[in-house]
Design a protein around this ligand. Structure first.
Ligand SMILES: Cc1cc2nc3c(=O)[nH]c(=O)nc-3n(C[C@H](O)[C@H](O)[C@H](O)COP(=O)(O)OP(=O)(O)OC[C@H]3O[C@@H](n4cnc5c(N)ncnc54)[C@H](O)[C@@H]3O)c2cc1C
Length: 425
């Protein structure tokens, strides 16, 4: 049993029966109902693809409280001054208008797996034939000693896009020349493996472009190694000499505490006092709704069947995006979108008899180091050995020509435009 019984679910004050329950019938037969929880790259892609490709044969409800989605992807480019906030903000309006997705602007509060129903915070009850759970990540607010949710205004994380992203940029703009910035990098697994290091690059870019070259960015990392490490370190040496210093656990000897009141970061090796900016990126886990529904394992993330993106714990339920355990794929928007297309294909196959093909997954993560200088890492993936396994991988190399790096950034810009149209357009 996944939690509440049917009686207790309805007894919790549930009054409204939403459109997913009373979906229009197609010649005597009610349309099958798909409910999607979470409108990020994972959830919104499933909602769009099922609605669009089933051409009205399936009722699709997207439960997502926000009217607009601000992408974490390219939020580092916003930080670096290459994009406006508007350019990383997308409306769900086209999903409703063009494909008939029913956008329910609520938070899903409870999943009753036995009764196949979702209850939202306003007590709307949504019945489903297939459920997609795509809530992204939650931050572990107790993972950094001295720091908690109440301190995120003083020491922002900006690991969920929106006001935090704007706050981080504002705080970066206020750093005076000579100021010390400390970034606390997260432990594995976390969303966007190269993200912290692209962010450090963008911080250094802004500081350098505004003549604040006496500033110093320390990255205090719990990991021994990180994504595209050689490429980032080479880029920092080339473009931001002396400005960015990465400290692995053998060097900093453990993060002991942070003090948001005084802007202090204490490691086993050094105490950083009066920091101009501390960017705390804490440890992460699957969004609460997925954990509460009993879909996560001890890692805090949700195991899936790599051939279908179905939950390993409930075959009526799919988990896509950052909340799942993606095997060799990183937690990225590209991965979420790719997983979502597999889930949408399986859902349509099971509900409408449309053809299902062998699953194929792809990912590329681009990172901008300095203007016109981007690097990438990626691969093609397939189900193997009980997980999504890498079949082919590639990564940029140090010493590439300026022309190639520029081309890589052009790809990055093209990818963003393509994927956001694919998800929201
Ligand atoms: C700084 C940074 C840079 C990044 N750069 C890149 C990049 O260049 N390329 C790339 O591919 N990826 C990048 N990423 C990663 C990418 O943003 C995530 O992997 C991606 O957003 C995951 O998508 P998702 O749909 O799983 O989750 P999310 O994007 O987190 O979306 C989840 C949605 O679910 C909603 N939700 C949560 N709980 C509920 C509930 N109970 N009821 C209803 N709705 C709910 C939330 O409101 C949210 O809208 C970056 C991330 C960061 C932080």
């Amino acid at each position: 049993m996944s939690g509440l019984t049917r009686r207790s679910l309805l007894g919790a004050g549930a009054a409204v029966v939403a459109s997913a329950v009373t979906a229009p019938a197609v010649i005597g037969q009610a349309r099958p109902r798909v409910v999607v929880v979470g409108g990020g790259p994972g959830g919104a892609t499933v909602a769009k693809y099922v609605a669009r490709d089933s051409a009205g044969a399936v009722s699709v409800s997207l439960v997502e409280p926000s009217a607009n989605f601000v992408t974490c992807f390219h939020s580092n480019l916003y930080l670096g001054g290459y994009k406006t906030f508007e350019q990383i903000t997308h409306s769900y309006e086209a999903l409703t208008r063009k494909y008939g997705v029913n956008h329910i602007r609520q938070t899903a509060a409870f999943i009753d797996r036995d009764e196949k129903r979702v209850r939202t915070t306003d007590n709307t009850i949504l019945s489903y034939d297939k459920l997609v759970v795509a809530p992204g990540i939650d931050l572990k607010y107790d993972s950094v000693p001295g720091w908690g949710q109440e301190h995120e205004q003083v020491m922002p994380h900006a690991w969920k896009a929106g006001p935090q992203t704007q706050l981080l940029k504002k705080r970066l703009d206020e750093v005076k020349n000579g100021g010390v910035i400390v970034m606390i990098a997260p432990p594995n697994p976390y969303r966007c493996p190269p993200g912290p290091y692209e962010r450090a690059s963008m911080m250094a870019h802004v500081l350098k472009a505004t003549g604040r070259t006496n500033c110093k960015i320390f990255i205090v990392d719990p990991k021994e190694t990180y994504s595209k490490q050689g490429l980032f370190q080479d880029g920092w040496e080339t473009f931001y000499k002396g400005m960015v210093e990465w400290l692995g656990p053998k060097v900093h000897d453990g993060l002991k505490s942070v003090d948001p009141k005084t802007g202090t970061v204490v490691t086993g090796f050094e105490t950083y006092k009066d920091c101009a900016l501390v960017n705390v990126i804490p440890a992460q886990m699957a969004g609460k709704i997925a954990r509460d529904a009993g879909l996560a394992d001890a890692s805090g993330f949700c195991p899936i069947d790599p051939a279908t993106m179905k939950s390993a714990k409930d075959p009526n339920l799919f988990i896509v995006g950052d909340a799942c355990i993606p095997g060799d794929m990183p937690k990225s928007a590209f991965s979420a979108n790719s997983q979502a297309k597999v889930a949408a294909m399986i859902i349509r196959n099971e509900l409408t008899g449309s053809r299902a093909f062998p699953p194929r997954y792809n990912n590329t993560c681009w990172s901008l180091i300095e203007t016109d200088n981007a690097v990438k890492v990626g691969g093609r993936y397939e189900p193997k050995d009980g997980k999504i396994s890498a079949a082919e991988t590639f990564v940029s190399k140090t010493g590439e020509t300026a022309e190639l790096r520029k081309q890589t950034q052009e790809e990055n810009i093209g990818w963003y435009s393509g994927i956001t149209t694919d998800i929201f357009g």
